[in-house]
Design a protein around this ligand. Structure first.
Ligand SMILES: Nc1ncnc2c1ncn2[C@@H]1O[C@H](COP(=O)(O)OP(=O)(O)O)[C@@H](O)[C@H]1O
Ligand SMILES: [Mg+2]
Length: 318
């Protein structure tokens, strides 16, 4: 429907481009910068990073082909990100939005994150305006639908989710040169969702799976997060955090890197209290930065208080 590009004379200045230096494009577009940031900010995730580099290469080549007048098509950029909570899906989606923006595939490059409740209304006539409102907000960027499978509730014959699905499918087809949709959620539920919704399956070209982090990766992530905030672990605290990770993984509501982030927030709180209660005389930067063993070991993860503790300090997810 939208052939917005046709109206904008983009070949005007260059009389006749005959060759394109992809390396130079890679740098001048800022794609290099985003990919380096991705590498630096996110620990592990090698397969995810590889897929994103491949996608970036495809888009760069597609853009070059277009400029040289070769047959090209607006590539289908809708994606699914599957994996357990806290594996980096939202974070990578933000980088992806930035990447698509720098390559000129979306005008603004912002990320709008929604769940079923943002799209689907409670009454007749509510859903279409709600969905359209969100789509309007997301236009020119990326719409990230978390736990997308909740849109589809076959057990409920007249579920309003279906209405949202139909609007989404239409926009994903007709406005794919200005809106990229990323569906996110658990892999198994997403598979089932795609089986029942071939319309979505056929519109999504890129499926990226986010694996759980290993204990080592989680420790590394913790160190990275602390480093960014000018905190550090004493050697004994590092050992305690290793034990913490091992124990936390087996407890309810474990959410990979998000659990680590939450644990570190609480460790900082304990550190602050420890410093405040015990402080005699001035504290130097090292003292203000050090998380020690007790800041970690005081967690309920070690006392078993977490099991079944509803809304407890370690419960839920953000
Ligand atoms: N590989 C990683 N390296 C560093 N931090 C990470 C990594 N993966 C996730 N995080 C951090 O963990 C938190 C949860 O990540 P998020 O992207 O929200 O996960 P998801 O969307 O899969 O639930 C965020 O604070 C994010 O910055
Ligand atoms: Mg998320």
């Amino acid at each position: 429907m939208s052939s917005a590009e046709a109206a904008t004379p983009e070949v005007e200045e260059e009389t006749a481009e005959t060759a394109i230096d992809l390396r130079a494009e890679y740098e001048s577009s800022g794609v290099k910068e985003v990919l380096e940031e991705l590498d630096r900010d996110l620990i592990g995730l090698a397969p995810v990073k590889k897929r994103i580099r491949e996608t970036a290469a495809l888009l760069l080549v597609e853009r070059a082909r277009k400029r040289l007048g070769l047959a090209h098509q607006t590539p289908t950029l809708h994606m699914s990100f599957t994996g357990n909570p806290g594996t980096g899906k939202t974070t990578v989606a933000m980088k992806m939005a930035d990447l698509l923006h720098r390559l000129g595939y979306v005008r603004k490059g912002h990320l709008v994150t929604v769940t079923r409740d943002d799209l689907v209304g409670q009454y007749i006539g509510h859903t279409a305006p709600k969905t359209k409102e969100i789509l309007k907000k997301a236009m020119g960027g990326v719409l990230f639908i978390d736990e997308a499978y909740y849109l589809y509730r076959p057990e409920n014959e007249r579920d309003y989710g279906q209405e949202a699905i139909e609007i989404l499918l239409q926009v994903m087809e007709n406005q794919r040169d200005d809106l990229v949709v990323i569906l996110a959620g658990y892999a198994d539920r997403m598979d089932r969702f795609f089986e029942s919704n071939p319309g979505f399956r056929s519109r999504i070209a890129h499926h990226i799976d986010f694996p759980d982090y290993s204990d080592d990766e989680l420790l590394h992530i913790a160190e990275h997060m602390l480093d960014e905030q000018n905190y550090s672990l004493t050697p004994a605290a590092e050992a305690a955090l290793k034990d913490y990770i091992e124990a936390r993984r087996r407890q309810p509501h474990f959410a990979n890197a998000r659990s680590i982030r939450n644990a570190l927030d609480r460790a900082r709180l304990r550190q602050a209290n420890r410093l405040f209660e015990n402080a005699e005389g001035p504290l130097d930067a090292a003292a203000l930065s050090a998380i020690d063993e007790t800041d970690i070991r005081a967690s309920r993860v070690f006392t078993g208080g977490l099991n079944g503790a509803k809304g407890g300090e370690e419960g839920g997810s953000a």
